[in-house]
Write a protein that binds this ligand. Structure first.
Ligand code: HDD
Length: 742
C-alpha cells in the first residue's frame, strides 16, 4: 500500500530526494533531519534496509524488502533509527519518542552484576559420551548406556580478575560443566587444580576479599602478588598445598584445551540398591597438559588479553574439537578410613598411584556459542544440581557451596526463574508447582498449583516418584552441635611437599621463581618472612631459594599442627611435563616471513605443520603480506609489531638476506627471536636469518633446539622436534635464578 508522508514541507521535500540517510546520524552540511529519513514511496508497514552508495561513495543503508525490518521490542516497525523525534529542526527531543525511550532504557539496563568470583569466563557447547558403564556403582541415568551422548555446556574462567581482565593471570582456572542429563541438570563445578585453599566454606569470603583488589585503592587487578593475599594465606596454613599448585605452571595454562579439570571434593555415587561409593572426578585433556612460562604470560596479556578465549573459539571453529576423558577415582569407606588424610578435606587429593583413575567417558566441545551474553554470561552453575545416583559428601567446603551458588544466581540473574533461560533449562521433561516471580515464562498449566490435590491425573499436575526420584544417601550423622575443625584435617604440609617433590627440576624452579616474584611485590617484610617459614615445613631447598631470591634471612619454621610426612612417594601425574602432548597437533607455529624468502621452504614447512594437525600464522614486516622467491604472494596474519613470538608455541624465521638486513634493525623483530629463545621455544632458522640473531646478541647461544631450515626436508625434522613442549635445558643453562643457591 502506497503511503504518503504527512509532515512538514521539509519532510515532503525528502520524498523527492534520493534516500541517502547518514547512518552516523550527524548533521552534515545543514541538511534537514527529514531529508535524511528514508521514507520510500512504496513503503509497506515493515520497511527493511539494504546498502547503497552515498554521495561521497560511502556505503549507506536504504530500504530493501528482502531483509528483516527493524522494529521496537513491541514489534512496531521503525522508520528512522538515526534521529530522535524533536520539535522543529533544532528543538527539544520529545518524550513521546517511544522508540528512543525504549532503546535507551534497554541500553541502560544491559549489564547484570558480574560474578563475584570467576567473572571472566568463556563457554562452549558439546557433549559427554559414556565409554564405560558405571551402572555397577551409580544409578545415574547418564552412566547407564555406553555410547549414549548427553548435551553439555562448559565454562572456563579465571577466579580473581574482573570480567574485563586479561586471560593469562596467574590464577586458578574454573572448569564448570553443565550436563543436561535425562534426569535433570548435573553441574560439576570444578577447577583445573584438584585441591582448594581452604577447608571450610565460612572462610571463602575472606579468601576472596584478600585476593581481589584492596578495598581502598582497587588494585592490583587479577593478581595474587600483593600484601593482602599473602597476608591471608600466611595466616592460613591449610592453603599451602594449593599455593604450591598456584605457584606452579598449572596457574598459567597454555590453553583451556590443555588443562585438567577436577571436581575437587569427594562426592558419592549411589547404586540402584542405595549403596554408596565415594568418587573423585577428573577431566583429562586429550591435548596433553601444557602451560606457558611466566615472562611469556606477562607479555601475552599485553599482546592478546583474549588469548585463551580466542584459542578456544578458533580451535572449535576450525573443527579441532577439544576433548577430555572423564575419569573417576572410586573408593569405599574402608579406603577412606585407612587413607593418611581425610577424604572430606578439600585441601587434599588422593594420588592416582593409590587409587587409579578409571576412564568412563569423553567430553567433546564442538560448538561455540551463538551469543556470549545469552549463554556464557547467563549460565548459572549450582553445585547442588546433581541427578539421582550422584550425591554429596560431608566435605564442609562442598556443603557451604551448595548454599552459595543458588543464592548468588538470584542476585546475578535477578530472580528465581533463571532456570527458564534456555542455557539453564533442563533438556528433560519438567513438572512442578513453582510459579510466578520475575520473568516467569513457564508457569504450570491447569487448575492445580498445589499438592496434594484431588484434581485427578490429567488436571492435578505431577506427583512425586519414590522410585525414580532423588533420594539422599541415608548416612548416619550424630554428635554435639559445635564449631570445630576435625583433627584429621590438621596436616597442612605433607601433600604440599609431595606435590613439590613430584615435579621435574624445571617445574620446581618455576615454583621457586613464582614465589619470589609474588613475594617481591609484597611490601611487608613480616609477611614475606612468614610465607618462607611455611615453606620450611614443605621443602628446605625451596625455602632457601625463595629466601635468597628475596634477600631474606631464613626464619624459624612455622609452628605446625602436624609434622610434615617427608616420605610420601612422588606422583608422576602431578607434573605437567610428564603428562605433556605427544605431538604438535592443535598448537601454533609463528612464521616470520619477509619478501624473497625461499618459497620451497615455506611450502614444505606449512605442509609439515598441516600434516601434524597444527596451524601456522604468518608474521611479516607489512600486513599486506610478502612475495616469496618464486614470485608467489602470502598474506600476513600479523604485522611484526602485533604478532610477537609469545603468541606461538614455536617459531620459524624464514627470511631472505635482504629481509634479514631489514629486520635486524627492527626492535620488534629482535624481541621476536630473543623472546622465543628465552621462553625455550623450538626455533627453525633459515640460513639467511643469521643477521637477526647476531644483532639480537644470541647468535653464539643457539642450541640444539634451534634447528636449520635450509632444505625442504628440514621442515619435518623441525616439526617433529616441536612435539616436545619446550627445550627446558636452555632455561636451566641461561637463567640466573637457575643457579644453585650459595
Ligand atoms: Fe566457587 C563460582 C569453582 C569454592 C562460591 N566457583 C565458581 C565457578 C567455579 C567455581 C568454576 C564459576 C562457575 C561459572 O563458570 O559460572 N568454587 C569452585 C571450586 C571450589 C569453589 C572448585 C572449591 C573446591 N565457591 C567455593 C566456595 C564458595 C564458592 C567455598 C562459597 C561458599 N563460586 C561461588 C559463587 C560463584 C562461584 C560465589 C560465583 C559465581 C557463581 O558462583 O555462579 O557462588
Amino acid at each position: 500500500m502506497a503511503r504518503k508522508p504527512v509532515a512538514s514541507q521539509a519532510a515532503s521535500k525528502s520524498c523527492a530526494t534520493p534516500a541517502t540517510p547518514d547512518v552516523a546520524g550527524g548533521d552534515k552540511g545543514g541538511e534537514s533531519s527529514a531529508k535524511r529519513s528514508p521514507v520510500p514511496d512504496d513503503a509497506d508497514l515493515a520497511p527493511s534496509f539494504g546498502e547503497a552508495q552515498g554521495e561521497g561513495g560511502e556505503t549507506h543503508q536504504i530500504a530493501r524488502s528482502d531483509v528483516a525490518a527493524l522494529t521496537t521490542q513491541q514489534g512496531i516497525p521503525v522508520a528512522d533509527d538515526q534521529n530522535s523525534l524533536r520539535q522543529g529542526e533544532r528543538g527539544p527531543t520529545l518524550l513521546e519518542d517511544f522508540h528512543f525511550r525504549e532503546k535507551i532504557f534497554h541500553f541502560d539496563h544491559e549489564r547484570i552484576p558480574e560474578r563475584v568470583v570467576h567473572a571472566r569466563g568463556y563457554g562452549a557447547h558439546g557433549f559427554f559420551e559414556l565409554t564405560d558403564s558405571l551402572a555397577d556403582v551409580s544409578r545415574a541415568d547418564i552412566f547407564q548406556r555406553v555410547g549414549e551422548r548427553t548435551p553439555a555446556f562448559v565454562r572456563f574462567s579465571t577466579v580473581a580478575g574482573a570480567k574485563g581482565s586479561f586471560d593469562l593471570a596467574r590464577d586458578v582456572r574454573g572448569f564448570a560443566v553443565k550436563l543436561y542429563t535425562q534426569e535433570g541438570n548435573w553441574d560439576l563445578v570444578g577447577n583445573n587444580i584438584p585441591v582448594f585453599f581452604i577447608q571450610d566454606a565460612l572462610k571463602f569470603p575472606d579468601l576472596v576479599h584478600s585476593v581481589k583488589p584492596a578495598p581502598d585503592r582497587e588494585f592490583p587487578q587479577a593478581a595474587s602478588a600483593h600484601d593482602n593475599f599473602w597476608d591471608f594465606v600466611s595466616l592460613t596454613p591449610e592453603s599451602f598445598h594449593m599455593i604450591m599448585w598456584t605457584m606452579s605452571d598449572r596457574a598459567i595454562p597454555r590453553s583451556f584445551r590443555t588443562m585438567e579439570g577436577f571436581g575437587v571434593h569427594t562426592f558419592r555415587l549411589i547404586d540402584a540398591e542405595g549403596q554408596s561409593t565415594f568418587v573423585k572426578f577428573h577431566w583429562k585433556p586429550k591435548q596433553g597438559l601444557q602451560s606457558v612460562v611466566w615472562n611469556e604470560a606477562v607479555k601475552i596479556n599485553g599482546a592478546d588479553p583474549d588469548f585463551h578465549r580466542r584459542d578456544l573459539w578458533d580451535a572449535i571453529n576450525a573443527g579441532d574439537f577439544p576433548e577430555w576423558e572423564l575419569g573417576v577415582q572410586l573408593f569405599d569407606d574402608a579406603f577412606a578410613d585407612s587413607f593418611d588424610f581425610d577424604v572430606l578435606d578439600a585441601t587434599k587429593l588422593i594420588p592416582e598411584e593409590l587409587v587409579p583413575v578409571r576412564i568412563v567417558g569423553r567430553l567433546v566441545l564442538d560448538r561455540v556459542v551463538d551469543n556470549f551474553f545469552a549463554e556464557t554470561e547467563q549460565v548459572a552453575f549450582c553445585t547442588q544440581n546433581v541427578p539421582p545416583g550422584v550425591d554429596f559428601s560431608n566435605d564442609p567446603l562442598l556443603q557451604g557451596r551448595n548454599f552459595s551458588y543458588l543464592d548468588t544466581q538470584i542476585k546475578r540473574l535477578g530472580g528465581p526463574n533463571f532456570t527458564h533461560i534456555p542455557i539453564n533449562a533442563p533438556k528433560c521433561p519438567m513438572a512442578h508447582f513453582q510459579q510466578d516471580g520475575h520473568m516467569a515464562m513457564r508457569n504450570p498449566r491447569g487448575r492445580a498449583n498445589y499438592e496434594p490435590n484431588s484434581w485427578g491425573p490429567t488436571e492435578g499436575g505431577p506427583r512425586e516418584d519414590p522410585v525414580r526420584g532423588f533420594s539422599s544417601y541415608a548416612e548416619t550423622a550424630d554428635g554435639p552441635k559445635q564449631r570445630v575443625r576435625a583433627a584429621s584435617f590438621a596436616d597442612h604440609y605433607s601433600q604440599a611437599r609431595q606435590f613439590f617433590t613430584s615435579q621435574t627440576a624445571i617445574e620446581q624452579k618455576h615454583i621457586g621463581d613464582a614465589l619470589v616474584f609474588e613475594l617481591s611485590k609484597v611490601e611487608r617484610l613480616d609477611i614475606r618472612s612468614r610465607v618462607v617459614s611455611h615453606l620450611l615445613n614443605i621443602d628446605a631447598s625451596l625455602a632457601a631459594k625463595v629466601a635468597d631470591g628475596l634477600g631474606l634471612s631464613l626464619p624459624d619454621p612455622a609452628a605446625a599442627a602436624r609434622p610434615t610426612v617427608t616420605n610420601l612417594p612422588p606422583s608422576d601425574k602431578l607434573s605437567i611435563i610428564k603428562n605433556g602432548p605427544e605431538s604438535f597437533k592443535g598448537r601454533k607455529l609463528g612464521i616470520l616471513l619477509t619478501n624473497g624468502a625461499e618459497a620451497a621452504m615455506f611450502q614444505a614447512l606449512t605442509a609439515a605443520v598441516e600434516a601434524e594437525g597444527a596451524v601456522y600464522e604468518v608474521v611479516a614486516p607489512q600486513i599486506g603480506g610478502v612475495t616469496l622467491s618464486d614470485g608467489s604472494t602470502v598474506a600476513a596474519k600479523h604485522k611484526i609489531d602485533g604478532g610477537p613470538s609469545v603468541l606461538f608455541d614455536a617459531v620459524a624465521i624464514l627470511v631472505s638476506a635482504e629481509g634479514a638486513a631489514l629486520l635486524s634493525r627492527d626492535a620488534a623483530a629482535k624481541d621476536f627471536v630473543t623472546d622465543a629463545f628465552a621462553h625455550c621455544k623450538f626455533i627453525g632458522i633459515a640460513a639467511e636469518a643469521e643477521a637477526i640473531f647476531a644483532k639480537s646478541g644470541i647468535a653464539e647461544e643457539l642450541d640444539e633446539a634451534c634447528l636449520p631450515l635450509g632444505r625442504p626436508a628440514d621442515a619435518k625434522t623441525f616439526i617433529v622436534a616441536c612435539r616436545s613442549l619446550r627445550h627446558w635445558p636452555r632455561e636451566l643453562a641461561v637463567d640466573l635464578d637457575a643457579q644453585p643457591v650459595p
